[in-house]
Design a protein around this ligand. Sequence first.
Ligand code: PMP
Length: 330
Amino acid sequence: MEAYSAARDLVSKGDYVFLDANENPFGTWNRYPDPLQIDPKTILAKIKGVEVANMVMGNGSDEILDLVYRVACNPQKDEALSLAPSYGMYYTLANLNDVKFNEVMLNEDFSFSTQRLLNAVTPNTKMIIICSPNNPTGIAYPTEQIIEVVKNFKGLVVVDEAYNDFSGVESCINYLKDYDNLVVIQTFSKAWGLASLRAGVGYMSKELAAMINKVKLPYNMDGFTQKSLVEKLQDVEGFKRTVKLLVSERDRFMANVATLPYIEKVFRSDANFFMIRTAKHKELQQYMINNGVILRSRHGMPMCDNCIRITVGTPEQNDLAFRLMQKFGK
Ligand code: PMP
């Protein structure tokens, strides 16, 4: 297909008189934003050790996922494959794009079997989506295992690293140079603390990035978001401090919760949340809501019977939640 073109594609950045796009000449946010988000990408490319041409930015990482589906899969014919339980949006986006969605169950300990995953590939499987650290289990898979999948599958392997910053596990971004079927998706909504801005980023081969940039809506990331990202990206030290605090809070919160007699299991976590299992999950969730704290029930998802997912908050929020959980047990 031919990409949508704007007159501004004809010029590089500069001081022009813009009479081309029917904007209002007055105001602060009156101009259309850069469709290729070059300013935030340039800074991020340096931090991540990739080139701008390897990147796609979008309205949250959900948009990037949707774009990968749209570019990689023919509706009503091609299929996507993922692990279960995992992030529900993979299934929703498959439905939205009229793509058949297949799943392979995780192992009992929430690891996955490379062989079972690859055995589930059909002639129509165009992409495999792996969420690591996984939502809702919280567990990161070894990078070598994911790369093993990349090596043994011809289609795209999309690795959703929304929570990688909390994990200490090597990002798959380091393997982009070696595999052109690898796509890594990250977000500003978690460790960067910018969920309200809606900013996600995909790292991939230059060929695929060019294709997606052609397909996406031209102004998919607004100017305020681009400017805010440029500002936020100056403070990598602040970002690291926040991640460190949240990881230590996670471990403290988990250790506290593990002492409660009605909690059957606290699952290991590499993310900024953790899962617990208790037969009293319904009553606990309601009690917490009654006291102003919302937890996420994951009961009903495969392998998550009686499970609740808890996001790590500020130290004060975690203390409050833990005190309530103690009271609930009495
Ligand atoms: N991937 C995973 C695994 C998530 O949990 C989430 C948010 N819940 C997202 C992607 C989407 O994040 P966003 O669209 O805010 O970037």
